[in-house]
Design a protein around this ligand. Structure first.
Ligand SMILES: [Zn+2]
Length: 495
């Protein structure tokens, strides 16, 4: 029986977010309970291995986090050490799946987080055990990471609807290299384009065409798989940027030529990356939603997008809604432990004077409001739902004039109607619902009559020209808009 270990920590870091990632915003599963979660990033993989009667999957450790600030160093060190210990205690293994995202960063490490983790695993298991990684397209690849992994897959849709297929392909490749001894050749190009996920959605151009062409590359003789990474453009780090990565069966030259070609085709489209959805500033977006013929209108507070790792603590949209005197509107998912504590102190049904707007990830803008506590809870029970992320923090649902707002003692992401139901809100009953995302997640797309992306301020600002970059490679686009570049400048291989 051949044995395949599954482990990893799936984290997307926004290093400008002041809230470090620690166990309070992470789900940690060990052993068989990992597979009980039916994570779509793993089910494709386990289904694929189920077709191989002589291969056994051994789940060891899986950490899944809410996107947020960098990993707290002691938390990361503990996860990494436990991973290495588990591999030693339960090994040896014939193959390893590291189910990471690719955009992990660690407080004070100075090295890309996923790279540090996978390089450590490679060092522990030696050069011969194949390692597969099913990446998110918003991750990064470095020369050292390319050197440490054996095979890889990467998401091709945003919003992400192909976790299952991506996970399947990683397992399929791992089975192949375990059976045949094949060791693919790998080449990559760093493409100096910085775009947020909202400007590279595969439901519109140019990302639809760029990601849509990848299966044609996969189908060429000699190609194992071709990849395009959007990367995580908010992070001002030297390893950030888009990437083209190609794995071939035996030819470095073919991998190089195809990576250069994908990079060239991507670069040629750089001016077309833009927002394909309806957008507005906060005030205008609220007014358009108020005047819309039908709801629910979903407004996304993109600058404070917790699914991109922003803090979730900003009240700009809530305050504007109050100033406009709007009614029949829900503002969901505000991180404000002190507001929750104040509501708990008076209890459900009680009226109180609340201070809101004590921002930490932006300049504070405090104001007092008269509120009624509608409901309190100990946790946002999201574990029943696929593709939704949250934590166990207490919450308070509060009515302030015509606005219903939910405040949370831990950071949370409302990514589907299930989150609203979990705090006692009928997702379809209100004209306007504001959530802290950028693009809508699939379940939100399905429920919204209309979506308006609010171009709100915050660390997840969609206009990168408003951000400061000091550590990325320069020149880069769009910061150095008129720059010249040819793909061979970005070429790199495994280190
Ligand atoms: Zn992603």
């Amino acid at each position: 029986m051949q044995r395949v270990a599954i482990l990893g920590f799936r984290h997307e870091a926004m290093i400008a977010c002041p809230f470090l990632t620690d166990p309070s915003t992470a789900n940690i599963w060990r052993g068989a309970e990992i597979l009980d979660q039916s994570l779509t990033t793993l089910t494709g993989l386990t289904d694929r291995f189920a077709r191989e009667p002589d291969m056994e999957v051994v789940p060891l450790l899986m950490v899944r986090t809410l996107p947020g600030g960098a990993f707290a160093r002691d938390f990361y060190d503990a996860i990494k050490q436990e991973s290495l210990d588990l591999l030693r205690q339960h090994g040896p293994f014939d193959g390893i799946v590291v189910a990471n995202h690719g955009a992990a960063e660690v407080e004070g490490l100075g090295v890309h987080g996923d790279t540090d983790y996978v390089v450590a695993i490679r060092a522990a298991v030696g050069p011969d055990v194949p390692i597969a990684i099913p990446f998110d397209m918003h991750g990064q690849v470095t020369p050292e990471l390319l050197g440490a992994l054996t095979v890889m897959s990467c998401l091709r849709t945003a919003p992400h609807r192909d976790n299952y297929e991506t996970s399947w392909r990683a397992a399929d490749q791992l089975v192949r290299v375990m059976r045949t001894g094949l060791r693919p050749r790998k080449m990559a190009v760093n493409i100096p384009i910085f775009v947020p996920g909202e400007k590279s959605m595969t439901s519109f151009e140019p990302a639809r065409e760029l990601f849509g062409m990848l299966p044609d590359y996969d189908a060429r003789p000699g190609v194992v798989e071709a990849h395009l990474f959007v990367g995580f453009g908010w992070n001002d780090l030297p390893w950030c940027g888009m990437k083209a990565v190609v794995l071939t069966e035996e030819s470095d030259e073919q991998a190089r030529d195809l990576a250069l070609e994908i990079a060239e085709r991507t670069w040629a489209q750089r001016h077309r990356f833009g927002l394909g959805m309806e957008t507005a500033d906060i005030r205008d977006g609220l007014l358009r939603a108020r005047d819309a013929a039908a709801g629910p209108v979903l407004l996304s507070d993109s600058g404070d997008n917790t699914t991109a790792g922003a803090g979730g603590d900003l009240c700009f949209v809530l305050e504007e809604a109050l100033d406009l005197g709007l009614v029949d509107i829900v503002v969901a998912g505000i991180f404000a432990p002190e507001v929750v504590a104040a509501c708990q102190a008076v209890g459900e049904g009680a009226a109180l004077t609340l201070e809101i707007g004590r921002h930490i990830s932006a300049a504070p803008q405090p104001r007092t409001v008269e509120a009624v506590v509608e409901a309190l809870g100990d946790r946002v029970d999201v574990h029943r739902f696929q593709n939704l992320r949250g934590s166990d923090g207490a919450w308070a649902r509060v009515r302030i004039g015509g606005v219903v707002a939910t405040f949370h003692a831990a950071r949370v992401s409302f990514t589907g109607p299930g989150h609203l139901e979990a705090v006692g809100i009928d997702p379809l009953a209100h004209k306007i619902t504001v959530v802290k995302v950028g693009y809508l997640h699939p379940a939100q797309e399905d429920m919204a009559a209309r979506h308006i992306c609010l171009l709100s301020p915050g660390v997840a600002d969609l206009d990168f020209l408003r951000l400061r970059y000091e550590h990325i490679a320069r020149p880069s686009f769009p910061m150095d808009g008129a720059m010249e570049w040819t793909p061979s400048q970005g070429l790199f291989g495994p280190a």
